[in-house]
Design a protein around this ligand. Structure first.
Ligand code: ATP
Ligand code: MG
Length: 338
């Protein structure tokens, strides 16, 4: 069982990333062979500053390590250090339908928010994401709910590649050149919403500032953001995403952070007022993030040590990725016979 996932070094990571992705990463490194990367190449698809990008890679790497990723128990690296990802992207592009890319919600959302150039890499982002996973022949991909469409596309790409280039044209099965991976979504917390606009996902690039709780926010800031969180009419603390999106989001955050079920949260706060409940959620989040922040402060300043971890991870990653690229080239008739 091989697990792969990637996280963007855009901005500082938020509570949605933490609950929806980072915690599952830590959990999954115990479940199988886990490969994680900071996807700096994905971050170049929207306007960015090169020097800041490097800093953000260190921020993101230090957050993941602080949260419990262990380079001895997983492979942890920076995407741009492994050129096999980009070569695989080009090869896979030949079995990726333009029409499929054209239907991707993330492209529409992000392109719509762009004031200047909409890059072609923003459009082909899902092919790079497919390459990230397929080049390792990974079986499972822990991601947030917003990535379902991209996961479906990468499965289609793998199947189409296998059908087109696999020996005997079988679309899947153990002897197929590419593994058709499965998305793994956390039961509670796969979609944390913006505290100010609880019908939109919490996001690095698209959310509101007050509605986005950062992993590195000061306790006071976290308390303030929760205090100002939008709730719904009525006073009942009940989980109902359609009728009560604000309160439901707070229930999900509390449930995920405390590791309890929705109905346990509803019972615990049956007689509480919204204000008290928000205070309790803030406190739980502050408590959960405190040790991560502490460890981050120790790890982040030593960029040489972070580079060493990422470089060692990249060497291991390349050893796994290179044979898949070699096989794909051979099957596609690219280069001399291997
Ligand atoms: P951007 O808005 O720029 O795409 P992001 O906030 O989605 O940034 P990513 O680095 O793209 O951050 O996502 C990293 C992981 O976090 C992905 O698996 C993604 O599905 C997950 N994730 C992102 N937002 C949320 C959220 N609000 N709730 C749960 N998981 C999330
Ligand atoms: Mg994203």
């Amino acid at each position: 069982m091989r697990i792969f996932s990637g996280i963007q070094p855009t901005g500082r990571k938020h509570l949605g990333n933490f609950i929806g992705a980072i915690e599952p990463y830590v959990h999954h490194q115990e479940q199988g062979e886990a490969i994680y990367c900071v996807v700096d190449l994905h971050a170049t698809t929207v306007p960015y500053d090169p020097a800041t990008l490097r800093e953000r890679v260190y921020d993101t790497a230090a957050i993941l390590l602080a949260a419990g990723l262990d380079p001895d128990r997983c492979i942890f690296f920076r995407q741009g250090d492994v050129p096999e990802h980009t070569e695989m992207t080009w090869l896979l592009s030949s079995v990726t339908a333009f029409g499929d890319l054209n239907r991707m919600h993330q492209f529409k959302d992000k392109a719509g928010a762009q004031r200047d150039l909409v890059s072609s890499s923003l459009f082909t982002y899902p092919v790079l994401m497919a390459a990230d996973v397929l080049v390792y022949r990974a079986h499972r991909v822990p991601v947030g709910d917003d990535q379902r469409q991209h996961i479906e596309l990468m499965r289609d790409i793998a199947e189409r590649f296998n059908a087109r280039f696999g020996v005997g044209g079988s679309g899947s099965g153990d002897d197929a050149p590419l593994v058709v991976p499965e998305g793994v979504y956390r039961e509670v917390g796969a979609r944390i919403m913006d505290l100010q606009e609880p019908t939109r996902k919490m996001s690095t690039t698209g959310g509101t500032e007050q509605g986005t709780v950062l992993v590195l926010d000061e306790p006071k800031t976290i308390e303030k953001k929760f205090k100002r969180a939008v709730t719904d009419s009525g006073s009942e603390i009940r989980h109902d995403r359609d009728e009560k999106p604000g309160v439901s989001n707070l229930i999900e955050i509390y449930a995920a952070v405390k590791g309890v079920a929705f109905d346990a949260v509803e019972r615990e706060f049956a007689d509480a007022r919204y204000g008290d409940f928000k205070g309790a959620v803030a406190e739980a989040v502050v408590e959960r993030l405190a040790p991560v922040q502490e460890r981050f402060a120790e790890l982040r300043p030593d960029e040489a040590a972070l580079e060493e971890i990422l470089a060692a991870g990249a060497a291991k990653a390349r050893a796994l990725a290179a044979p898949t690229v070699a096989l794909a080239r051979e099957l596609m008739g690219v280069g001399p016979v291997g």
